[in-house]
Design a protein. Structure first.
Length: 293
């Protein structure tokens, strides 16, 4: 396999988005996506979180944090024999989004294996119709709103009790935090799973990951294809890509994990398997975005 070299182009508009901001709170959702319409019961599921600031938000998977918590708990048991078995009930999404509405900017953070890349992308904007209907979610009174975005018609429930105009994924712009949202075919859903205020002793910064590389979409797609075709060869080229100086490293902390530290030296072997009731289809005939926005 030929070496994979990454050529990056840095735009001023992308760089100006990377100012740090302390996260004030975070909201958790259970994300469900029917990716294969021929097997609707074998949909993708993930726990995701949106970190909330006054000017920006950062949406990302929370599965890796949960896995670290599970691993630390297993390692701390007195009878741990070195053979680590992790049960998985989610599939960590590969994309995170840094959103800054005041500048009409959004950056996508794309993961390929353990590498992260920054992609400038179209700013998402929704035209919401706010209705009078209300219901209580998680103890908060929520109001109904609807919109059509990226080829799907969504119904969202937001609360003005939590004054952030953010939500899950690319959905935002309502006069309160979106607690739940679903499309009209029940193929995409973000179910409320909890809201946490972050205390002063928890320093979480909203921004892009420190080692993420500014890149272009077509370059990252080539890297994804290379990884799928030959994972071991891809991993062998990682040091080459880092040492060439190709790419720009952004020294800004992302929404960091609060998972406890663990002693990996105790691990002799590791097996990750799906729970018996979680067997998502590998077929994608129903993408999250049905058309460009």
């Amino acid at each position: 396999m030929k070496k994979i070299l990454l050529t990056t182009f840095v735009s001023f508009s992308l760089l100006t988005l990377h100012a740090q901001e302390k996260a004030i709170a975070k909201i958790h959702y259970i994300f469900k996506h029917v990716n294969d319409t021929t097997q609707k019961d074998k949909h993708i599921r993930d726990e995701v979180a949106t970190y909330l600031g006054k000017q920006a938000s950062y949406y990302t998977s929370y599965s890796s944090t949960r896995m670290q918590e599970q691993t630390s708990k297993i390692l701390s048991t007195p009878d741990f024999d070195g053979n680590l078995v992790i049960s998985r009930s989610t599939s960590g999404i590969k994309e995170s989004y840094l959103l800054e509405p005041s500048k009409s900017k959004m950056v996508e953070v794309k993961r390929v294996a353990s590498d992260e890349f920054l992609l400038e992308t179209t700013y998402p904007k929704q035209d919401w119709d706010i209705e009078d209907e209300t219901k209580v979610i998680g103890g908060y009174t929520c109001q109904k709103a609807t919109t059509t975005f990226a080829g799907r018609h969504y119904t969202a429930w937001f609360t003005t009790d939590i004054p952030f105009s953010f939500g899950p994924w690319k959905l935002h712009g309502l006069p309160g935090l979106i607690l739940a949202v679903k499309d009209d075919k029940s193929e995409v859903e973000f179910e409320y799973s909890g809201f946490d205020k972050l205390t002063d002793d928890v320093q979480v910064k909203i921004g892009t990951p420190a080692n993420a590389i500014l890149s272009k979409k077509d370059e990252v797609e080539k890297l994804e294809q290379a990884f799928k075709a030959n994972p071991s060869a891809y991993m062998q080229t990682r040091s080459s890509r880092r040492s060439t100086g190709a790419g720009v490293f952004v020294s800004i902390s992302g929404a960091s994990s609060s998972a406890p530290a663990m002693d990996a030296s105790k691990i002799k072997s590791m097996t990750i398997k799906n729970d018996d009731d979680y067997k998502p289809s590998s077929v994608i005939n129903n993408p999250l975005e049905l058309k460009p926005y």
